[in-house]
Design a protein around this ligand. Structure first.
Ligand SMILES: Cc1cc2nc3c(=O)[nH]c(=O)nc-3n(C[C@H](O)[C@H](O)[C@H](O)COP(=O)(O)OP(=O)(O)OC[C@H]3O[C@@H](n4cnc5c(N)ncnc54)[C@H](O)[C@@H]3O)c2cc1C
Length: 455
């Protein structure tokens, strides 16, 4: 053990710091299979804010880069090790500290798994809406640091919409509390919102105060199958323009349907070009909502419109959507785009994507949170084939260019991380990019927090 590492070990409880190569290796990567990862010094798994402070004071003293980590389900390489970094895995700070039914807030440590929080608040009739497809694995800390979206976001909003306050350990080891517990509050600049989505580059979140809502009624689910993808896109714009607020609106294209069906037999229509899955959770009005959404799909030529008969069928359709990522991973190496465009431009995005796939000779699968205009065109290629990887990268980049040209963004929910870092300037413009660099240097003057990510 080198001198600074033994100094760190002495500051922490027995077992909190692990430096053996096998363990460090296991923590090197998040779930973005195509991003590079460096060789870390070791992994710390703190259990208290004071331990995180000790780590950051030590890191500042010795100018050691630090990479905060949650469950490493991230899809942009943001949690990947950089050479010589200390990885700080927050998964052991996993307590739900309080659920307040009057103020409708939960106070949690960052290592709480999203689905565990959802179940805990549901037990008292409350609801934490942000539900990334990774909800059974990903942590609240990771969700906050990426401003994660999910299936319910089309109606309820993303993680940032449910954050009231944060406790954060800064780069120099000081603790700050930002935000508030109350429903309202406008004192000073909104540092909470700034920290949400900052991908571990501005501070380490050690506690969060999250807003909850009363639990909605169980949702009714409708699935519509289309022979033409453009018709499904038109159905989305018609439904959203009708004034209805579906509580979920997801899209699977033909390759996604086939990938999921091959991964797990769910009776999906493998010959369909496109499938829309929508929900309404408006209690007694839900049946009329899904019937109206179904009627729009039928008018637009859907070959089949089915309403789930019960909660089990409904959960199966939702599960089909959640299984896309693991199913696609089975097909080969992937580069997962995360573009979002105004809903009216979805048709252009899909058409442009097909042209890009043809021009680059690549295979692109396109599922997405279509109600938000947030799609995941995923370039699949053979592992170990350098020429295929180069073509995939060209397709991946061209899709981001297309999204920007359509008035959209390079990332709707996965974040910039390593994967889209070279594109951030194109989206922000020079002045805005420079402002972000200045903000980074205010929070992290030594540049030790998750260096090389985002900016
Ligand atoms: C199958 C699958 C489905 C997915 N579906 C969705 C989806 O529907 N919507 C969506 O938005 N994303 C989705 N993702 C991406 C991923 O799950 C999210 O980005 C998630 O929020 C990451 O959480 P994590 O705990 O795994 O964090 P990690 O991947 O470990 O880290 C993500 C980022 O957060 C930072 N971080 C982690 N904890 C802290 C902390 N306490 N303080 C400061 N920074 C921290 C890391 O440095 C990194 O920058 C999916 C991923 C998979 C594998």
């Amino acid at each position: 053990m080198t001198a600074p590492i033994s100094e760190l070990a002495a500051l922490l409880p027995e077992g909190a710091l692990v430096t053996d190569e096998a363990t460090s290796d296991a923590y090197r990567h998040d779930s973005a299979s195509s991003c590079a990862a460096g060789r870390p010094l070791g992994v710390v798994r703190p259990t208290t804010t004071a331990e995180v402070q000790a780590v950051m004071r030590w890191a500042s003293r010795h100018r050691v880069p630090v990479v905060p980590q949650g469950a490493r389900t991230g899809l942009s390489g943001a949690a990947n090790a950089v050479d010589g970094a200390l990885l700080v895995s927050m998964v052991r700070m996993d307590r739900i500290l309080e659920i307040d039914e009057v103020d409708q807030v939960a106070i949690v440590e960052p290592g709480v798994v999203n689905a565990d929080l959802s179940r805990a608040v549901a037990a008292v009739g409350l609801f934490y809406p942000p539900d990334p497809s990774s909800w059974e694995l990903s942590t609240i800390g990771g969700n906050l640091a990426t401003n994660a979206g999910g299936l319910c976001c089309v109606k309820y909003g993303v993680t940032a919409d449910f954050v009231r306050g944060l406790e954060v350990v800064l780069a120099d080891g000081e603790v700050v509390r930002v935000g508030r517990r109350t429903a309202k509050g406008v004192a000073g600049y909104d540092l909470t919102r700034l920290l949400v989505g900052s991908e571990g580059t501005l501070g380490i979140i050690t506690e969060a105060t999250l807003a909850l809502r009363p639990a909605p009624e169980p949702a009714l689910t409708m699935a519509a199958v289309f022979a033409k993808t453009a018709d499904a896109m038109t159905a989305v714009t018609r439904i959203m323009a009708s004034g209805m607020r579906p509580s979920m609106m997801e899209f699977l294209d033909k390759p996604s349907i086939r990938a999921v069906q091959a991964y797990r037999d769910m009776g999906l229509p493998v010959d369909a070009e496109a499938m829309l899955i929508t929900q309404s959770d408006r209690g007694p009005l839900a049946a009329a909502d899904v019937a109206a959404m179904g009627a729009i799909c039928e008018e637009l030529g859907a070959s089949e419109v089915a309403v789930a008969e019960d909660a089990v069928e409904s959960a199966m359709l939702t599960q089909a959507r959640r299984l896309v990522n693991p199913a696609v991973e089975e097909l080969g190496a992937t580069l997962i785009d995360d573009v979002a465009v105004p809903r009216a431009r979805l048709v252009d995005l899909l058409a442009g994507m097909e042209q890009i796939a043809a021009a680059t000779g690549t295979f692109v699968i396109c599922p997405g949170h279509i109600g938000d205009g947030n799609m995941h065109p995923t370039v699949v290629f053979d592992r170990g084939d350098d020429a295929a990887a180069e073509r995939a990268q060209r397709a991946f980049d061209a899709i981001m260019r297309l999204a920007l040209d359509l008035g959209g963004t390079i990332t709707g929910e996965h974040g910039v991380g390593l994967l889209k870092r070279t594109w951030l300037r194109s989206e922000l413009g020079e002045r805005s990019y420079a402002l972000q660099q200045q903000i980074k240097s205010v929070f992290d003057p030594l540049g030790i927090l998750n260096p090389g990510k985002v900016l």
